[in-house]
Ligand binder design. Structure first.
Ligand code: HEM
Length: 133
């Protein structure tokens, strides 16, 4: 079923950063706190400082009560559009079969002297052995 939740980009959200027009993002949800700023027990400055960025950590750090978390639902206006936020590059540290093959080739290149010496020595010993006969 298609979601009816409105999506906002961080760029758009960050433009609502004044006392009369204040949006914050908490847990990827967008809240319009314009009408609540004057009543906010923690003051308006802390909330205004949290506009234009992810305020989840600041909100959690303030140790909001259950009542505060219920109250915030009434200011919910939509969700953060995360589609334009670049995903961090996930670099796999697990070696692949290709890595193992490359390692073998590197080792073979590095230690070519040993097998070459063994083959060379065998040829010389064989030559001397058959010449004696
Ligand atoms: C999203 C809507 C928000 C609501 C409904 C809300 C509500 C409340 C309420 C009711 C309190 C009184 C203490 C409690 O009951 O927990 C409070 C305190 C406080 N809030 Fe918020 N708040 C919101 C967002 C924020 C944000 C975004 C920040 C910080 C960036 C913040 C920072 C604080 C601080 C610092 C206190 C004071 C804590 C203390 O005195 O120990 N609040 N808030």
């Amino acid at each position: 079923m298609p979601s009816l939740t409105k999506l906002f980009s961080m760029e758009e959200i960050s433009q609502h950063n004044t006392k009369d027009d204040c949006w914050v993002v908490i847990d990827d949800k967008v809240y319009d706190l314009s009408s609540y700023l004057d009543e906010h027990p923690g003051g308006d400055d802390v909330v205004l400082a949290a506009t234009g960025k992810d305020a989840t950590e600041d909100f959690e750090d303030a140790g909001h009560s259950k009542t505060a978390k219920e109250l915030m639902q009434s200011f919910f206006i939509g969700e953060l559009d995360t589609s334009d936020i670049p995903e961090p590059d996930i670099v796999s540290t697990k070696p692949t079969r290709r890595d193992y093959a490359q390692k073998l080739i590197d080792l073979a290149k590095q230690y070519w002297v040993v097998p070459t010496a063994v083959v060379g020595l065998s040829v010389v010993v064989g030559f001397l052995f058959f010449r004696k006969k």
